[in-house]
Design a protein around this ligand. Structure first.
Ligand SMILES: Nc1ncnc2c1ncn2[C@@H]1O[C@H](COP(=O)(O)OS(=O)(=O)O)[C@@H](OP(=O)(O)O)[C@H]1O
Ligand SMILES: Nc1ncnc2c1ncn2[C@@H]1O[C@H](COP(=O)(O)OP(=O)(O)O)[C@@H](O)[C@H]1O
Length: 204
């Protein structure tokens, strides 16, 4: 975990508590952490879940890999250290959303188990829902919507996840989505059903 550099800083308690915000929203705040290979379906499924929850009147947001890398994390690349810092920052941002009583969906490869576990640690009990979007490398390479696997196979991209950089599968995911065998809508419904049956969509 990164060390805190600043010394003369003091934590401020909010006047409006997380509980009050959740009460007003009528549901809990939590992070739905989608992880999986490039092309596994993280972004599409997260956005479909977002849409379904939005239509139910829930307060939601999606943090997406490519978009965050164009702004907040534009100074980071794909070395193991930069990926770790990428995930650490997204973890902290997700925590802010969760504290605001929002259901936030993140769509990052997040290839290292330890990095995902660190995010789980900074969130409260039950606030981190790890969702493994499981698709074989063959499926992802076949989809290859951005042509990146082709480039990685041709040696034009070095350190591409699944080709010459690792992906460590989750061992304690709350949910595993079979993206090889099922369609987007069915998988998004599985996520919504999980939230419903585990009490996330109501408060208290
Ligand atoms: N070397 C390498 N390895 C993996 N992915 C690469 C790489 N270079 C660029 N891209 C594109 O960046 C997207 C992944 O960014 P993430 O922030 O999710 O990656 S990570 O969590 O920090 O590993 C990923 O997007 P998704 O396809 O949405 O996963 C790729 O489009
Ligand atoms: N379960 C699925 N069934 C069919 N197509 C899928 C499925 N999941 C994703 N796709 C398609 O694969 C492509 C990559 O999905 P995307 O959500 O961008 O993946 P990721 O965010 O993990 O890189 C998109 O064109 C998407 O429509």
């Amino acid at each position: 975990m990164a060390e805190q550099k600043a010394t003369n800083v003091t934590w401020h308690e909010h006047h409006v508590s997380k509980e009050q915000r959740c009460q007003q929203n009528g549901h809990k705040g939590a992070v739905l952490w989608f992880t999986g290979l490039s092309g596994s379906g993280k972004s599409t499924i997260a956005n479909t879940v977002d849409h379904k929850l939005f239509e139910k009147g829930k307060h939601t947001f999606v943090l997406d890999g490519d978009n965050v890398r164009m702004g907040l994390n534009k100074n980071l690349g794909f070395s193991p250290e930069d990926r770790t810092e990428n995930i650490r920052r997204i973890g902290e941002v997700s925590k802010l959303y969760t504290d605001a009583g929002i259901l936030v969906m993140t769509a990052f490869i997040s290839p290292y188990r330890e990095d995902r576990d660190q995010v789980r640690e900074i969130l409260g009990d039950g606030e981190f829902i790890e969702i493994f979007v499981k698709a074989s490398l063959e499926t992802c390479e076949e989809r290859d919507p951005k042509g990146l696997y082709k480039k990685a196979r041709a040696g034009e991209i070095k350190g591409f996840t699944g080709i010459d950089a690792p992906y460590e599968e989750p061992e304690k995911a709350e949910l595993i989505l079979d993206s090889d065998g099922k369609g987007i809508d069915e998988l998004a419904d599985e996520v919504v059903a999980y939230l419903e049956s585990n009490g996330y969509l109501t408060y208290p």
